[in-house]
Write a protein of this length. Structure first.
Length: 156
């Protein structure tokens, strides 16, 4: 596998197979984006209450959401990039609300696994610097998301 992925299910609702499938999907996405071997990412599966708290505390948005990404390569004001020989690339953290994933899968009429994969890829692309703040950026990101999911075989 390309990436070193640390997955934690705080809800204890996912099966080992579901978590492994998301890791395989993210590794597939990393290969399509030519991410360096042994780059690191963490994926946390949390409750609506927990993602609400994270959204409020770190993004000043007082509501639950489906996925949040914290990219380690985005430097804030006054921060300095760390680099060195043999240092792994640390992409960041993806946090996914399991209850919200279930709700959205039902709402969109596809499987829980498809929605979970969609959110994981969405969060992963944010770690790589993709965004959807403008119509042009949204089209680019969502097209890439769809291509990755379709090429992997996780279709609607």
């Amino acid at each position: 596998m390309t990436l070193l992925i640390d997955s934690v299910d705080e809800t204890n609702e996912l099966t080992e197979q579901q978590m492994l499938e998301i890791e395989r999907l993210i590794n597939f996405a990393a290969k399509t984006q030519q991410i360096e071997e042994h780059s690191e990412v963490s994926i946390s599966y949390v409750s609506n209450e927990r993602i609400h708290e994270i959204n409020r505390d770190y993004r000043d948005k007082d509501a639950p959401t489906d996925v949040i990404s914290f990219a380690m390569e985005e430097l804030g004001e006054g921060e300095v990039e760390l680099s060195g020989i043999d240092m792994p690339r640390i992409l960041g953290d993806i946090i996914i609300s399991v209850p919200r994933t279930k709700e959205q899968a039902e709402e969109y009429g596809h499987s829980f696994e498809r929605e979970l994969g969609f959110l994981a890829v969405h969060g992963f692309l944010h770690l790589l610097g993709y965004d959807h703040m403008t119509e042009k950026d949204e089209k680019e990101m969502f097209t890439l998301q769809k291509e990755i999911l379709n090429d992997y075989g996780l279709t609607r």
